[in-house]
Design a protein around this ligand. Sequence first.
Ligand code: ATP
Ligand code: MG
Length: 271
Amino acid sequence: MKDVKNKASILSAQNVFKSYKISGQKDILAVEDLSLDINEGEFICIVGASGCGKSTLLNMFAGFISPTSGRLLLHGEPIVGIEPRCGMVFQSYALLPWKTVRGNVEFGLKMKGVSPKVRRERAEYFIDLVNLGAFADRYPSELSGGMRQRVTLARIFASDPEVLLMDEPFAALDAMTRQVLQEELLRIHEDQRKTTVFITHNIDEALVLADRIIVLSSRPGRVKAIVKNTLARPRHMTVQLSKEFTELKSEIWSFVEDEVRRHGSVTPEYP
Ligand SMILES: Nc1ncnc2c1ncn2[C@@H]1O[C@H](COP(=O)(O)OP(=O)(O)OP(=O)(O)O)[C@@H](O)[C@H]1O
Ligand SMILES: [Mg+2]
C-alpha cells in the first residue's frame, strides 16, 4: 500500500461514518471510519465492490447527504448542505430535453449570472473540446448515449466547479464509446488539471485516468488500499499495453478480489 502525503489538500474526509435508517430494521452502516485527503489538481478514482459505499461517499462530498459522524472538508472548511463548488456528473445524462446542446451547456452559466456573450464563448469552447461542434443545435433526443454524456462533460467543465465528482459516468456506454470518452476526459484533465473524484468498477479505466486509486473494502466502506498510479503523463490509451499497466492492474485487483469475494457479489466488470 502506497500513500502520497497530503500537502495542499482541497477535499478531505476525516473519520467519516454514515449509516442509513430503514424503518423497522437495523441501521445500515454504509461507510465506516473513512479518512482521505485529496490534493488540488489530483485525479482520484474510487473502486470497490457493489454496495460498498462509493456513491454514499461522493454524495457526502457533494453535500447531498451528511455524515452520521466525522467531517468532510473543502479547503479545510466543513461541507454543510449542497456544495456549489463541487460539480456532480451522474451515470445518467440528466440533460434538459427542451434545450439544444448549446442551451444545455450554457444553462449552468446562465444560472450563475454569466453574461450571454461570455456563456456563448465558454459553451462553444467546451462543445468543441468534446468534439460536438457540428451538433451544437441538436436536441438530446437526437443524440446517441455517448454524445449525450459528452454534453454533460462539456456542461460540467463550462460551469467550472472547483471539484468534479463523477459517479460511474461511463458505465452505461458501450466499450468503444467508453474508450473514446476516457480519452477525451484524459485530454481535458491534462489541459485543465481540475481536482476530480471519479467512481468506477473498471480497473483499466481507473488506471488510464487516475493519479491515485482508492480501493474501498466491502460494506461498510473503509479505505482498504491507496495505490499511486506511476504511469507517466501525458498518457495515451496505448499505455494499457505496457508491462507497468499490467503490474499495477494485478496489484489493484489483488486488493479488490478479497473484498468482492468476501462480499459474495461479483461485479461483472472485474476480471
Ligand atoms: N438512501 C438509502 N437508504 C438506505 N440504504 C442505502 C441508501 N443509499 C445506499 N444505501 C445502502 O448503503 C450501502 C452503500 O450504498 P452505495 O450506493 O453507496 O454503494 P456503491 O458502492 O455506490 O454501490 P454500487 O457500486 O452498486 O453503485 C448499500 O448497502 C446500500 O443498500
Ligand atoms: Mg454507486
